[in-house]
Design a protein around this ligand. Structure first.
Ligand code: 1CP
Length: 343
C-alpha cells in the first residue's frame, strides 16, 4: 500500500520534504472528547487496548480530528510486562499498578520471554485493522518501552518520582538485573519485529525513565539494550526517545537508528552538536506551552521550528500532551508547523 502522506518517513530518512511533519506523543487520549466518549462505554483502559477494532478507532481519531502526519497505535508500553507474566491494573486517574513486583531471583526465573503471536496478538491485530482503515493516509507508528523503563515498572510496581526500588536493584543485584533486562530485551525485539510484520511503518522506543540513572548506569543497564534493539529492527526507521538522557546524546549518534527524540529540557543547538548531522531530531515543544493563548502557542511553535531548522526535523512536543490541554491549542500548534515550515 502506497502512502499518500509519507512526510514522516522521508524526514526520518533525511530525504527532502515540502514541509516539516508533525504529530504529538499521546495524541490519542483524553485531550479528545471523542476518545472519552469511546472510553466511557467500556469497563476500562485495558478493554480498549485489548479490543482491536476499538484500539484502531481511537488510533485514527487524531488523524481525522487534528490532521496530524502520523498515527501511533493505541496501546501501552506495559503490555510487554503483562505478556511476560506480570499483569497490571490501570487505576482510574492514578495510573498503572502491578500487584506482584519482581524482587528475588526466583521472581526473575518465573518471568517468561513472551511470544508476541501468542501473548500480544491483540496489538498485532489492532495494527492490521488500523492499517486497513487508514488506507494509506498517513504512516502508522508502532512502539515499545525501552528495557530499562519496563524494568523500572516491573520492580517498582507503579509510577514513582524516584524509582528507588528499581534503582536499588541495579546496585544490590547487578547480575540479576541483567538477567531480567535480557528477558525484556528478547521479548521486545520479537514484539517489535512482529509489529513491523503486521504493518507498522516506523518504530519508536520510549525510555521514559532514562533521566533518573547516573550516566554510568545508563550505559550499562539501558543504552546497550537499546543498541541491540535498534540493530535487530531493519527495513523501517526507528526513533529513540530517552527522556532526560542529555548526558548520552553524543553516544546516541552511534545507534543504528534514524531519529532521536528530544524532551523540552534539551537545548536544540546543543543536541544537534552532540548528535551530529546524520540523524533526524524529533521534538521538543514544552507541553505547557500549549496552555498559552493562541498567539503564544504560535510564537513558541515558530521559535521551536527556527531552532531546529527546516531539515531533518519532525515536530512534536518534548513529552506527551497533558490531558487538560485544549484541543484547539493542539490544532493551532499543528497548523503553525504546517504553515510556517512550508517551503
Ligand atoms: O484511561 C486512560 O485513558 C489512561 C491514560 C493512558 C493512555 C491514553 C495511559 C495510562 N496510557 C495511554 C496510552 C499510551 N501510553 C500510548 C498511546 C497513545 C498515544 O501516544 O497517542 C502510548 C504511546 C503510551 C506509552 C506509555 N505508557 C509510556 C511512554 C511514554 C511516556 O509518556 O513517557 C509510559 C511511561 C506509559 C505508562 C503509563 N500508562 C498510563 C499512564 C498514566 C502511565 C504513566 C505512569 C507513571 O506515572 O509512571
Amino acid at each position: 500500500m502506497q502512502l499518500k502522506n509519507d512526510l514522516l518517513l522521508r524526514a526520518a530518512m533525511g530525504q527532502p520534504t515540502e514541509r516539516t511533519p508533525v504529530w504529538l506523543m499521546r495524541q490519542a487520549g483524553r485531550i479528545l472528547p471523542e476518545y472519552r466518549a469511546v472510553r466511557e462505554r467500556l469497563s476500562g483502559f485495558k478493554e480498549l487496548v485489548e479490543t482491536p477494532e476499538l484500539a484502531a478507532e481511537v488510533t485514527i481519531q487524531p488523524v481525522d480530528l487534528l490532521d496530524v502526519d502520523a498515527a501511533i497505535i493505541f496501546s501501552d508500553i506495559l503490555v510487554v510486562p503483562e505478556a511476560m507474566g506480570c499483569t497490571y491494573e490501570m487505576i482510574e486517574k492514578r495510573g498503572p499498578l502491578f500487584p506482584n513486583t519482581i524482587k528475588t531471583a526466583a521472581d526473575v526465573e518465573d518471568v517468561r520471554v513472551a511470544d508476541p503471536y501468542e501473548h500480544l496478538n491483540y496489538v498485532l491485530e489492532a495494527i492490521k485493522v488500523t492499517k486497513r482503515e487508514l488506507n494509506g493516509r498517513v504512516p502508522l507508528i508502532g512502539f515499545a518501552g525501552a528495557p530499562w523503563t519496563i524494568f523500572a515498572y516491573m520492580v517498582e510496581g507503579s509510577g514513582s518520582k524516584t524509582f528507588s526500588k528499581a534503582r536499588k536493584m541495579l546496585y544490590e543485584a547487578p547480575e540479576l538485573s541483567h538477567q531480567l533486562l535480557r528477558k525484556i530485551t528478547d521479548t521486545t525485539i520479537a514484539y517489535l519485529k512482529a509489529q513491523v510484520e503486521a504493518g507498522a511503518d516506523l518504530i519508536q522506543i520510549f525510555d521514559s525513565w532514562a533521566g533518573i540513572l547516573p550516566p554510568a548506569h545508563y550505559r550499562e543497564f539501558s543504552y546497550r539494550y537499546i543498541a541491540e534493539i535498534c540493530q535487530a529492527i531493519q527495513g523501517i526507521p526507528v526513533t529513540v526517545f530517552a527522556k532526560g538522557a542529555f548526558f548520552s546524546l553524543a553516544e546516541f549518534s552511534k545507534l543504528d537508528c534514524q531519529v532521536i527524540g528530544l524532551d523540552w529540557n534539551m537545548d536544540v543547538k546543543d543536541a544537534r552538536a552532540a548528535v551530529g548531522p546524520d540523524k533526524t531530531l524529533q521534538g521538543n515543544l514544552d507541553p505547557c506551552a500549549l496552555y498559552n493563548d493562541f498567539n503564544g502557542v504560535k510564537r513558541e511553535t515558530i521559535k521551536m521550528l527556527e531552532a531546529f531548522g527546516p531539515n531533518r526535523h519532525i515536530a512534536n512536543l518534548g513529552h506527551g500532551v497533558y490531558p487538560d490541554t485544549d484541543p484547539e491549542k493542539v490544532k493551532c500548534f499543528i497548523q503553525t508547523v504546517k504553515e510556517y515550515s512550508h517551503r
